[in-house]
Design a binder for this molecule. Sequence first.
Ligand code: NAG
Ligand code: NAG
Ligand code: NAG
Ligand code: NAG
Ligand code: NAG
Length: 808
Amino acid sequence: MALSLLLHLLGLFLVVEPLSVAAQTANISLGSSLTASQGSSTWQSPSGTFAFGFRRIADQDLFLLAIWYDKIPDKTIVWYANGDNPAPKGSKLELTTDGQLTLTGPRSQEIWKPESVLSGRVAYAAMLDTGNFVLANNNADYLWQSFKDLKDTVLPTQVLEIGEKLNSRQTANSYSQGRFQLQLKSDGRLVLYPIALPTEFAYQPYYQSNTSDAVDEMNSGYQLSFNESGYLNVVRRNGNIDKLINKTLLPIRDYYYRATLDSDGFFTQYAHPKSPKNGSWTSWLPVWSIPENICFEANGDLGSGPCGYNSFCRLDANRRPICECLPGFSSLDPNNKLSGCKQNRIQSCDEQGNSKPEDLYVMHELSNTFWPTSSNFEQLQPMNEDDCSRSCLYDCYCMVAVIKEGSCWKKKLPLSHGRQDWNSYGKALIKLPKSDASLDDPLSPQSNTGRKDRKTLILAGALLLGSSVFLNFFFVAAISLVFLYTYQKRHNVTTSTSSIMEANLRSFRYKDLEEATDGFREELGRGAFGTVYKGIISSLSSTNYVAIKKLDKVAQEGEKEFKAEVSAIARTHHKNLVRLLGFCDEGANKLLVYEFMNNGTLASFLFGISRPDWNKRIQIAFGIARGIMYLHEECSTQIIHCDIKPHNILLDDSFTARISDFGLAKLLLSDQTLTHAVIRGTRGYVAPEWFRNVPITAKVDVYSYGVMLLEIICCRRSLEMERENEEEVILTDWVYDCYKEKTLNKLIEDDEEARNDMKRLERLVKVAIWCIQEDPSLRPTMKKVTQMLEGVVDVSLPPCPSPFSSIC
Ligand SMILES: *[C@@H]1O[C@H](CO)[C@@H](O)[C@H](O)[C@H]1NC(C)=O
Ligand SMILES: *[C@@H]1O[C@H](CO)[C@@H](O)[C@H](O)[C@H]1NC(C)=O
Ligand SMILES: *[C@@H]1O[C@H](CO)[C@@H](O)[C@H](O)[C@H]1NC(C)=O
Ligand SMILES: *[C@@H]1O[C@H](CO)[C@@H](O)[C@H](O)[C@H]1NC(C)=O
Ligand SMILES: *[C@@H]1O[C@H](CO)[C@@H](O)[C@H](O)[C@H]1NC(C)=O
């Protein structure tokens, strides 16, 4: 079988690469050598696609003997010899005159040599255009090939036989063996599983193909083949194939393909255009990957799970795992998120002495987080949350309690298989030493240094209630001047150096988008920035609905800004943000192509006919907070949204909140258009400092978020002029009244679910009141907001949001 395959492959090479002068140059003769140093020479494949040689490891004076894609800017490494044993500078790779390939260090110590070389006399080596580096005899039989020395990547024409496996590397920049393997098992299944390093012990797989047949052995898989058109198939012994990829790929003529077992355990197929598109390169695009949900499919009671002990796993927008430590814990290895976490301060049964547990510890809530079955030492049922919390607090073995559906599970360390899932309402209570818990709490009511600015306050009030057309007109003009002034001052051209090409963005021609939308026929909505249309796009791998936003108000002079903004948007990846897929930039035709969201806007969800579920609403509020926090704190350049409101929050298939329209504010810096955008878009959500001559900071989003949080809680709009009861017209004022008078139940009168959850309701209302503080410096950061929402930190009593108004 192997021989016939070999012949097949050989035949293939002959077809693809007729023996030419170029092919001759790929023949590396005995006696040749390479030296490990910066800019040292390499052995290239005939077409120059692949190179074999030394690559310096980032930030170190160590070298990797590797094969990489040489014609693209990324120079992506597809094979490496000495990942566990990097070579010092001056090391030498030699193809000796007697046909041995050896890598030796500066002191002649052996660093690496190929294993399982077939017997025979090596006549030459060759770097082939498939990415395979071979040692061959005089008959051109391969005595050794890199395709049979599997690392983390497979390439088209490469085959995995039974028993062969890919190993992930440790991290993107560390090439030693990582925690994941992909193997074709002898029963014919392709399985993906973590291993118990430093051994090869395999934990339960989190992906397995359905290609084993216990009854008919001939119907079992025996090869994973990456065929020459770029498709990955499991081939069965009877010749049938099971496609792993369900899509039509773009032609291999125009794209490079590779499939890599990434260090986070994802087996992903990527594509890369072979040439720059209109002068700029794009990077590798993921085409397909397994598993669907690594946080959840990694099952089994034992072992650490995909993220390591004492951490929990959640998915980002690309369904890749994010590993986070529990509060009170930190990463074992800060360079490796998968390493697991250790307790910052070891808690033991000894330390309690005569103190009461309440004096030493607090129980912190972490919503939707759990550790299925593992590490339990007690299950108490039925039990309510308060008892569960107390039971753990008083039990010196208990570090975490999980309460779900009336059951209380008490857990001890280490915790494994942690995960966070917004569709599950289970809640973890984590025991933290008091000293850890009260850290960073800058919010304290006494620091209430409200700025006096009566005039603008009155203006703002007038604007919000806007009864006079004339007044509005006047304010629009005045405010726009102030806004333009402060905004321009703050955001004066700090154009980022990185370009669109770095991000996985597709550049569209206007013509294509016109076609995709059938001549801009189906309008989805209109916003401050232009009109959104529904379209259909055939991407690399599939056909998808998209939302295409036609920007009609981009400043004429904003060409450079447009590119910078688009690339900033493209670099965002978060499960609570709508993803930008591509753009079009042809003169005045500026369009953005986004994922299409099936479930409409939060506005229609909240203010529709029936009231949505309380828990769902809260999940949405949490999600939005995380999304804004990401924009503010986790992007390479901070993005201030400036227009947070329910119309700009979309809901995907699973009703996860996805923020849209972010990163566009700067594009609107042209004359009159701006004013319309701001006033029309944000009436009722806009922070008071917009109307003052003070710097605009990320805190404007916190304010808008606070207003929206109240809308989500109460399921009503921030302004409802038609309310009979005058106090209820302005939601923020009404909420503060109810809060002050301890009548929060009025806010959710006929919402039974919410009424059964008053404790949480009160916490959310307090957080919202903090957010809508008139003084921006009193408002918490979005990070703090998420921590307060989730109960990771306590919420102190909020002061009156607008200290100079009648509501206080
Ligand atoms: C490489 O060299 C060997 C031996 O010198 C020769 O037989 C073979 O044809 C060459 N192969 C290629 C692909 O140039
Ligand atoms: C696996 O494949 C067999 C037939 O090959 C089919 O009957 C069975 O339903 C499949 N199982 C799953 C889980 O897809
Ligand atoms: C590669 O596999 C796909 C199925 O996944 C098949 O449609 C295609 O014909 C194969 N290409 C070649 C060249 O064998
Ligand atoms: C393949 O495509 C079909 C139809 O589009 C879909 O139902 C199925 O779930 C897909 N299978 C995989 C493995 O993605
Ligand atoms: C390609 O680049 C040229 C010059 O930079 C530009 O005029 C043209 O519009 C671009 N075409 C596309 C499709 O981006």
